[in-house]
Structure formats: structure tokens, C-alpha cells
Design a binder for this molecule. Sequence first.
Ligand SMILES: Nc1nc2c(ncn2[C@@H]2O[C@H](COP(=O)(O)OP(=O)(O)OP(=O)(O)O)[C@@H](O)[C@H]2O)c(=O)[nH]1
Length: 353
Amino acid sequence: MSALEKAAAGKVPATVITGFLGAGKTTLIRGLLEKADGRRLALIINEFGDVGIDGDILRACGNPTCTEDDVIELANGCLCCTVADDFVPAIEKLLARPEPPEHIIIETSGLALPKPLVQAFHWPAIKTRVTVDGVIAVVDAAAAAEGRFAPDPAALEAQRDAAGTVDHETPIEEVFEDQLLCADLIVVNKTDLVASGDLARVEDLIRGALSHAVGRDAKLVRASQGAVDPLVLLGVGAAVEDDLANRPSHHDDEDGHDHDDFTSFVVELPPQPDPARLAMTLEQVAGLHGVLRLKGFIDVPGKPMRLLVQGVGTRIQTHYDRLWKPGEERRSRLVVIGETGLDRDAVTRAVVG
Ligand SMILES: Nc1nc2c(ncn2[C@@H]2O[C@H](COP(=O)(O)OP(=O)(O)OP(=O)(O)O)[C@@H](O)[C@H]2O)c(=O)[nH]1
């Protein structure tokens, strides 16, 4: 059945937003909600780690198109590994609403592989009712320009074994490439942080990764703050669930996949009177320990609003995102994500002081 036939058959389109940790997925979705123009969108949000931050950020945007009921958070892990328990029931719940959504947006965790998730759309409970309109991969152009997703030639040389062969993919590169290889559209985000020459290099890197997918032609679009016209993002009509054979993955031969390569934990902090100082400390800690992602909310004494802290690599940003609610516990908590081996105790000590 073609995508048009699926739409005619009354299937609800779903768009999967993928992209490595901190690429700008939540930011892009926030922009999409602002331009929803009355269209009933529902969100399913999945995060690595058991504290839901992204759902909270999206709800805090105060957008009328984004009520409590419109956001389903599936914290703790990876959608593709919890399909039966979490994902399929979440879709069924959305479809059972008196006014079902016109479009479902699914934000995967930054470490999730999109292909197994799309495979879930073959489950009998949803197969006849939902189609995957498109997979969108968001790329942090600044991180890519810094070489975070490309093999380091010196490291490659060091890995060369006696037979002269080398397994050049690091876990980060594998996740990054899998996300690109499954995509219909690639949003090259954070263009405000990179010079035009570097941007061209990043696009070459992306096209190089895409060359593994013969016969497919994912489009690239540049963006800052994930701002892309919803007409470009939604309505791709790719019926991705029927096109998986053309989307290779590093994990195609595996029965499921695990997350042994990455780890996450929560650091509980005392109230922080000096946000600038906290940001400086976090920058140092992220650099010293190789933290990939940091995010959470902080209680700044005397301030009626909570402080949102966002760290991608060593780039730390803070802003007050909403008032603490009456009776809400003013907890200061940061989710920390890194590669396995990240020294939890040392990071916690350094952050808490
Ligand atoms: N300078 C700049 N910052 C951006 C841009 N897009 C997003 N950010 C910032 O990057 C950080 C991460 O953005 P998110 O939208 O939370 O990224 P994400 O992909 O949802 O992150 P995870 O869900 O943790 O993987 C935040 O501090 C954003 O404000 C951009 O285009 N330019």
C-alpha cells in the first residue's frame, strides 16, 4: 500500500525524531508545537535515564496545543527495547482518545536506534491504524564539526591489530550513523555555532555516512534552534515501516541490542545560590570526565523560577524556564549521561562540591 493509500485508509501518521544526545530534538519539537496551527499533535517522548526532563520542558512551554494528555513520557531506557510493555500501549492509548491525534510525534532518546522502533509499527495492534510518515534525524553541527562522530585517525592507528585490521566504529559513531541511515530528512542543526566551511565539512561527513544506504536519498536541511517549516517536517509520506530493507543498521545481525556502552545517573545537589559558578563547575567536570550530556532543574534560593540546566559536551546553558508550582518540591537534580566507565562518584563529588 502506498503512503497515499495509507492516508486514505485513515491511518494516523507518526513522525520519529531521532538524533544523538543534545542534538536539538526537543527544541525542534517545541518549534513544531508553536506552529501546529490548530492541528492535534500528540507526543511520545523517550529518554535515557529514569528522570523525565524533556516532557517537562515541553509542558513548560505553555503551549495550548500541548496539554498534559498530549504528552506521554516513556522514561528509563530505549523505546525499541520496551515495545510491548510501553510503546504499543502508549500508541493505543492515544488512538483510543475521544479525539485521536491527527499526527503523532515520537522523540527517541539520543542513544536509541530508530530502526527497531519503526519495526514496532508491524505489531498487529497498531499496524492497521498508524503509518510512519517519516524519520527525521537531527544533527548537532557543532559537535560534528568538533569531530565527535568521526573516527579519530590517531585512535584508529592505535587500534590496528596484528593482522592490520581495525574495528573503527566507536559506540558513538555507530549510534550516530544508525540514526542517519534510517532517516528521510536530516536537520543539520546549530548552524549558528559553526562557520560555513565547517558546515560544508559536516554535510560531507553526513553524506559519507549515508553512502552506506545505496538507493536512498535522504534530504539535508540546515537549521538553527531546530526551526524548520512544519510542511517540510510533516507529511513526508514515506511509509517507513514498509521500507526498512533500504535502511541498513550496524545492528542488523543482532537480536535486540543492549546499552552496555552508555551509562546515566542522577546527581542530587543542594540549592545553588550562584548559577554562573555552577555552570563553570559543570563545564570543567564535563571536560575532565568526558560527560556527553547533562540536564536538569536547579533550585536557586530566592528565585521564584526554576533554573533549567542544559549541557551538551562542555557547552553549558542555563535559563529560568518556569515558576515553581505551589507545593512543588524545589529539588535540584541533574541527569548525567556518558560512556560506560564514567566515574559516577568522582562526577558527583565534583558537582556537589
Ligand atoms: N546554539 C544553539 N543551541 C541549540 C540549538 N538547538 C538546540 N540548542 C541547545 O542545545 C541543547 C540541547 O537541546 P535539546 O533540544 O534539549 O536536545 P535533545 O536532542 O532533545 O537532547 P536529548 O533529548 O538529551 O538527546 C539545549 O541547551 C538547547 O537550547 C541551536 O540551533 N543552536
